[in-house]
Write a protein that binds this ligand. Structure first.
Ligand code: NAP
Ligand code: ZN
Length: 357
C-alpha cells in the first residue's frame, strides 16, 4: 500500500478488501496530528446501510480496501495547537463529513455536506490526496470543524448512530418545517434512519405513521417508539385507508421501490423526502405527483452546525438510538443480518471493547 509521507500513525481497522463483502482486520496509517486536528480514540461505530452499499460496491464507486463507518464516537486523546474548542478527554463524534473546501457559499453557511469538494469520512479523497478510512478502526484524526460534541447525558454507544441516521432525518425535517407540532409524518422503512425519524417526529409533536414491509415490527413501533399508526405497504386496504392523510413522508427504503403508492398517502401539496439511496433508480410515476401537486425532494446528511444542533437537542430530549452492540469479531455476522433486514434498529460496533457502557 502506498503511504502518503506524513501518514505515520498506525491504526488497527477493519476493511473490506474486495467485492466479496467480507470484513477483515486491516492495519493502516493515519496522518500526523495537524495544528487544527483532533485525535479521537474510537469507542463505538454504528453500522449504517451505506456501509453495506459501499462494502458490496452497490453503487460502483468503492475504492478497496474500504474501511467503513461514519457513526463514530469516542474520546479526544490529543489536539493540535490551533484547537481551542476540544480538549483531551472530551466525548466527541465524527459523522459522514470528513472535510470540505471551507470557502464556498455552502461551507460559509455550514452546509459543508453540499460543498462540491465534500470529502466523505470513508471512500473519499482528502486534501492531501489520500483515501479516507472510516470508523471501523481504533483511532481517527479529524479536522476540528468536523468534530461534534456529545452531550454528557447521552451514552456514546446509543448516541453514535445520531451522527448519520440522526442528522440525515433531522436536516430535512428542519428544512421542511417538521420541527413544529401538529403535522402528520409518514416514515417509510423502519430501520436505522426510520426509527430515529419516528423518535424525532414524536419529540416534535407530529402524528407519526410507520409504513413498513415488516408486520412483525408493528408492536414495537407502537409500544417502544410510540408511533401513532403502523401500516404494511403491501396491504392495499391499509394503504388505501391512508390516502391523502399525510403532510410529510420520509423515505428510508434501501432497496429499489416505487414512490407511486407512497405518494398517494400525501395530502395535496404534501412533501416526500427521499433520503434512501438504493442502487437502482426508484420509480416515480407522474400521476400521483401531478394529481396531488406533491413534491419529491432529496437530502444528504447535514451540515456541521446543524449536526451539533441535532446532537444538543437529543441531549435535551434524551433521545438515543435503539442499538444492538456487536464485538469486532462479529462485524460480518452483523452485516449479513443488516442485509436481510434483521436488526432493531442499528448495530453499533464496540470498537474499544468496553465491557461497561
Ligand atoms: P436499514 O437500517 O437497513 O433500514 C432500511 C429499511 O428499509 C429496512 O429496515 C426495511 O424497513 C426497509 N427495506 C429494506 N429492504 C427493503 C425492500 N427490499 N423492500 C422494501 N423495504 C425494504 O438502512 P438505513 O441505515 O436506515 O439506510 C437506509 C437507506 O438510506 C440506505 O439506502 C442508505 O444508504 C441511505 N442513507 C442515506 C443517507 C443520506 O445522507 N441521504 C444517510 C444514511 C443512509 P421495513 O422492514 O420497515 O420495511
Ligand atoms: Zn450512514
Amino acid at each position: 500500500m502506498e503511504v502518503t509521507p506524513n501518514h505515520t500513525q498506525t491504526v488497527t481497522g477493519w476493511a473490506a478488501m474486495n467485492e466479496s463483502g467480507k470484513i477483515e482486520p486491516f492495519i493502516f496509517k493515519r496522518r500526523e496530528t495537524g495544528v487544527d486536528d483532533v485525535v479521537i480514540k474510537v469507542q463505538y461505530c454504528g453500522m449504517c446501510h451505506t456501509d453495506l452499499h459501499f462494502i458490496q460496491n452497490d453503487w460502483g464507486i468503492t475504492m478497496y480496501p474500504v474501511v467503513p463507518g461514519h457513526e463514530i464516537t469516542g474520546v479526544v486523546t490529543k489536539v493540535g495547537t490551533n484547537v481551542s474548542g476540544f480538549k483531551v478527554g472530551d466525548r466527541v463524534g465524527v459523522g459522514c463529513i470528513y472535510a470540505s473546501c471551507l470557502d464556498c457559499e455552502h461551507c460559509r453557511r455550514s452546509e459543508e455536506n453540499y460543498c462540491d469538494k465534500v470529502t466523505l469520512t470513508y471512500n473519499g479523497i482528502f486534501w492531501d490526496g489520500s483515501v479516507t478510512y472510516g470508523g471501523y478502526s481504533n483511532m481517527i484524526v479529524a479536522h476540528k470543524r468536523f468534530v461534534v460534541r456529545i452531550p454528557d447525558n447521552l451514552p456514546l454507544d446509543a448516541a453514535a448512530p445520531l451522527l448519520c441516521a440522526g442528522i440525515t432525518v433531522y436536516s430535512p425535517m428542519k428544512q421542511h418545517g417538521m420541527l413544529k407540532s401538529g403535522g402528520s409524518l409518514g416514515v417509510v422503512g423502519l430501520g436505522g434512519l426510520g426509527h430515529v425519524a419516528v423518535k424525532f417526529g414524536k419529540a416534535f409533536g407530529l402524528k407519526v405513521t410507520v409504513i413498513s414491509t415488516s408486520p412483525a415490527k408493528e408492536r414495537e413501533a407502537r409500544e417502544r417508539l410510540k408511533a401513532d399508526d403502523f401500516i404494511v405497504s403491501t396491504n392495499q386496504k391499509q394503504m388505501q385507508a391512508m390516502t391523502r392523510s399525510l403532510d410529510y413522508i420520509i423515505d428510508t427504503v434501501s432497496a429499489k421501490h416505487s414512490l407511486g403508492p407512497i405518494l398517494e398517502l400525501l395530502k395535496v401539496n404534501g412533501k416526500l423526502v427521499l433520503v434512501a439511496a438504493p442502487d437502482q433508480p426508484v420509480e416515480l410515476p407522474s400521476f400521483p405527483l401531478i394529481f396531488g401537486k406533491r413534491t419529491v425532494s432529496g437530502s444528504m446528511t447535514g451540515g456541521m452546525k446543524e449536526t451539533q444542533e441535532m446532537m444538543d437537542l437529543c441531549g435535551e430530549h434524551n433521545i438515543t438510538c435503539d442499538i444492538e452492540l456487536v464485538s469486532t469479531d462479529r462485524i460480518n455476522e452483523a452485516l449479513a443480518r443488516l442485509a436481510r433486514n434483521d436488526v432493531r434498529y442499528r448495530f453499533v460496533i464496540n470498537i474499544a471493547g468496553n465491557s461497561k457502557l
